[in-house]
Design a binder for this molecule. Structure first.
Ligand SMILES: O=C([C@@H]1CCCNC1)N1CCCCC1
Length: 330
């Protein structure tokens, strides 16, 4: 089998939302596909009304195919401080023309304010490795892991775009979705992430390559590109008026500044170009005078995060069969 589903950016490409259908009759939700975590959780009829602000809620009591996974609970804390928790049902899930009849659906009985305030986001579908699924006493498989044996190829691809809808495809590689060739690089999944190491980077079209290994994860659920502070400092040195703004906890610069492109090396001889325009995330003031940088420090995380600022510049193959990541220009 193969599948393909559209994914649509929210304002400033802060996140990408993807339609999914749960239960019988189908309940349609819009979720954030997150390759940086491994829980599929949704707003539900069990989420306190005070914590629901426009989201669509999955109601297992209205699904003839829902089965409670007795005794199972979950609780997750994300790196940005947001969190949620709840109980678990098994139910049918349809996404991109693919079906799985007994997917673990983690119904939220509590969500943190960050999720309540994210009004269009009905939940997260984690597509990292099941090793880090947070359901206890038995961890559950991701949607992709459940489907993997039936897919033509044991992989999925992400084609996120700047300010336009893109696709997540499952089980196949669309040759029309990228240019040139795909460069593959090994993934180390021992921490449960799509973790890989870039050999280095280049700042600007006429910059000199810096050989400096950067270990990080491919995370569609993180908006920005989070890199070692040495790289971040070197980049913003090339942006006039840029500086670290403690009130916004990150590098900020005049929105009319010219931003250099940033090249992330892959394998022995390839690199992904992030256009300068992608390196500005959003205004920090209502006048739109100063802008928050798309590249920020990974301090405190323990590794870098290749989030949407990077991923939307590439066609990305998440190849579980060969534990590798494929990257191509587009
Ligand atoms: O919580 C996260 C991210 C948050 C944004 C969405 N993706 C998952 N982690 C990834 C980095 C290491 C810590 C866990």
């Amino acid at each position: 089998s193969t599948g393909s589903v559209v994914t649509t950016p929210q304002q400033y490409d802060v996140e990408y939302l993807t339609p999914v259908t749960i239960g019988t009759p189908g309940q349609n939700l819009e979720i954030d596909i997150d390759t940086g975590s491994s829980d599929f959780w949704v707003f539900s009829s069990e989420t306190p009304k005070s914590q629901v602000n426009g989201q669509t809620c999955y109601n297992p009591k209205k699904s003839s195919t829902a089965k409670k996974l007795d005794g199972a609970t979950w609780e997750i804390e994300y790196g940005d401080g947001s969190s949620s928790s709840g109980d678990v049902y098994l139910d049918k899930v349809k996404m991109g023309g693919l079906n799985f009849s007994s997917q673990a659906i983690e119904a939220a009985t509590r969500v943190s304010d960050e999720f309540t305030e994210d009004t269009n986001n009905d939940g997260l579908m984690g597509l990292a490795f099941g090793l880090i699924n947070q359901v206890r006493p038995q961890k559950q498989k991701t949607f992709f892991e459940n489907l993997q044996p039936s897919l033509d190829k044991p992989l999925f691809t992400a084609d996120l775009k700047s300010g336009a809808p893109g696709h997540f495809n499952f089980g196949y590689i669309d040759k029309n979705a990228y240019t040139g060739s795909i460069t593959y690089t090994p993934v180390n999944s021992t921490q449960g992430f799509w973790m890989w190491t870039s050999p280095g980077y280049t700042i600007g079209a006429s910059g000199k390559f810096k050989s400096s290994p950067i270990q990080g994860i491919a995370d569609t659920g993180t908006t920005l590109l989070l890199l070692p502070s040495s790289v971040v400092t070197a980049y913003y040195k090339k942006v006039s008026g840029a500086g670290y703004d403690s009130s916004n906890s990150g590098y900020v610069f005049p929105c009319d500044a010219t931003l250099p492109s940033f090249y992330v090396s892959v394998g022995d001889s390839a690199r992904i170009k992030i256009p300068g325009q992608y390196m500005s995330y959003a205004p920090v003031d209502s006048q739109g005078q100063n802008c928050f940088g798309g590249m920020q420090s990974d301090d405190g995380i323990g590794f870098s995060i290749f989030g949407d600022v990077f991923l939307k510049a590439a066609f990305v193959v998440f190849d579980a069969g060969k534990e590798r990541l494929g990257l191509a220009a587009k």
